[in-house]
Design a protein around this ligand. Structure first.
Ligand code: NAD
Length: 359
C-alpha cells in the first residue's frame, strides 16, 4: 500500500532534516506518495502567505503530514504557523515521547516518559488584553464588580482558559494511549492548589476519567514539584498529561533528560488529521550547513509509521536509529563534540543499518 503524505519542508534547517527523514522512511520499505506543500517564512516569500490554503487542503485530504520546523518572525504581526495549524485542524493532543537511547549524551540511562500536552486552550487560547486599551479597562471594571478584586491600571492580561470538554478529551487521549502502548501509569500535572477553577477543573476531570481505566495507575502532581522530581528521579514517571503551558515547558525539560532537542520527536493529533514534526525549531543560523541532527525528525517519522499502522517498519527504523546512536560514529555535533558528521551522513548511516537488517 502507498501512503499519501503531505510533506512540508519548513524553513531554516527544515529542508535538510526533512530530506534526511524522507530518505530513511523510503529505505524502511514503506511506499509513499509525497505531496510537497509550503508553510512558514519561505511560503510567505513565495506564495504571500505563511499558511497557504493549498497546504491546509492537502493535510485535510491526506490526513497525515510530516513537517519540518518553520520560522515565526518575532514581532512581525503574523500569527504563529504552528498555532494556526493546530487551531485550523483541531489538533488537540501534542504527543512527545522522551526516551533514552543508549549512547545518547545524558545524565540518566533509563528514562522513558511520554508527555501528552493539551494543544488548544489554557494560556495559548490567544485571549489577551493589552495594557492601557479600552477593552482592558472594561475587563478591570468587570473583575472589580464581579469579584471585588482590583487589577492594576497598568496591567496587561492573558486569560488562562481550561474547559471541561478539552480536559476530558486530552485525559482520555492519555489513558487510551497508555492502554494501546502498554504503559502502566498516567500522572496528571497541575497547580490546582492555587488555580482552583482552571487547573482545579482539569484535575477533577482527570480523576473522573481515571475511574474508567482501572487497569492503569493514576496519580497527580503539582507542576513545581514534578519539575524537581523529574530532574532527580525521572524513572518514576511514565505518561504525563498536562494543560498546554505546563506541557510546553515540561516537554523541553524531558527532552533535556534524554539528550536534547536533536533527539526529541513530536506529533500533533486530532480526530481528522495528524502532523508529525521535531520538537525543535528552524535554527536559522545553521541553515544549509549540513550540520544539525536529523534524528528528532526521523523519530517523528517513526511515530508517523506507527500512526499509519506500519509497525514493523517503525520498529526497524527506530532500531536502525538506535544502532547509529549506540555505535557513536556517525553523529552530529550536538551528540559528538569531536569528529562529528553532517546531517546527510547520519541519514546514510541509518540507511546502511536498515539495509544490513534486511540482509
Ligand atoms: P531552535 O530549536 O530553532 O534552535 C535553538 C538551538 O537548538 C539551535 O541554535 C541549536 O543550537 C539547537 N538545535 C535545534 N535543533 C537542532 C538540531 N536538529 N540539531 C542540533 N541542534 C539543534 O529554537 P529557536 O532558535 O528559539 O527558534 C528558531 C525559529 O524556530 C523561531 O522562528 C521559532 O519561532 C521557530 N520554532 C519553530 C518550531 C516549529 O516549527 N515546530 C518550534 C520551535 C521554534
Amino acid at each position: 500500500m502507498t501512503h499519501n503524505i503531505t510533506l512540508i519542508p519548513g524553513d531554516g534547517i527544515g529542508p535538510e532534516v526533512t530530506e534526511a527523514t524522507k530518505r530513511v522512511l523510503e529505505a524502511s520499505g514503506v511506499s509513499f506518495n509525497w505531496d510537497v506543500v509550503y508553510a512558514g517564512a519561505d511560503a510567505e516569500k513565495k506564495l504571500s502567505s505563511t499558511l497557504p490554503e493549498a497546504t491546509l487542503e492537502s493535510i485535510r485530504k491526506n490526513r497525515v503530514a510530516l513537517k519540518g520546523p518553520v520560522t515565526t518572525p518575532v514581532g512581525s504581526g503574523f500569527r504563529s504557523v504552528n498555532v494556526a495549524l493546530r487551531q485550523e485542524l483541531d489538533l488537540y493532543a501534542c504527543l512527545r515521547p522522551c526516551k533514552i537511547y543508549p549512547g545518547a549524551p545524558t545524565t540518566f540511562s533509563d528514562v522513558d516518559i511520554v508527555v501528552v500536552r493539551e494543544n488548544t486552550e489554557d494560556l495559548y487560547a490567544g485571549i489577551e488584553f493589552e495594557a492601557g486599551k479600552p477593552e482592558t479597562a472594561k475587563l478591570r471594571q468587570l473583575v472589580s464588580e464581579a469579584t471585588g478584586n482590583e487589577v492594576r491600571e497598568d496591567s496587561g492580561v492573558s486569560l488562562k482558559v481550561i474547559s471541561e470538554s478539552a480536559s476530558h478529551r486530552i485525559v482520555k487521549f492519555a489513558f487510551d494511549y497508555a492502554r494501546t502502548y502498554q504503559r502502566k501509569k498516567v500522572t496528571a500535572v497541575h497547580k490546582a492548589n492555587i488555580l482552583k477553577f482552571s487547573d482545579g477543573l482539569f484535575l477533577a476531570i482527570a480523576r473522573e476519567v481515571a475511574k474508567s481505566y482501572p487497569d492503569i495507575e493514576f496519580e497527580d502532581r503539582i507542576v513545581d514539584n514534578i519539575c524537581m522530581q523529574l530532574v532527580r528521579k525521572p524513572q518514576q514517571f511514565d505518561v504525563l498529561v498536562l494543560p498546554n503551558l505546563y506541557g510546553d515547558i515540561i516537554s523541553d525539560l524531558c527532552a533535556g533528560l534524554v539528550g536534547g532537542l536533536g533527539l526529541a520527536p513530536s506529533a500533533n493529533l486530532g480526530d481528522d488529521a495528524a502532523i508529525f514534526e521535531p520538537t525543535h525549531g528552524s535554527a536559522p543560523k545553521y541553515k544549509g550547513q549540513n550540520k544539525v541532527n536529523p534524528m528528532a525528525m526521523m523519530l517523528s517519522g517513526v511515530m508517523m509509521l506507527r500512526h499509519l499502522g506500519e509497525n514493523k517498519a517503525a520498529d526497524k527504523l527506530e532500531k536502525a536509529i538506535a544502532g547509529v546512536i549506540a555505535e557513536g560514529k556517525n553523529l552530529t555535533y550536538d551528540m559528538k563534540p569531536t569528529g562529528a558528521v553532517g546531517t546527510s551522513q547520519v541519514a546514510e548511516a541509518v540507511i546502511e543499518k536498515l539495509q544490513g537488517a534486511r540482509k
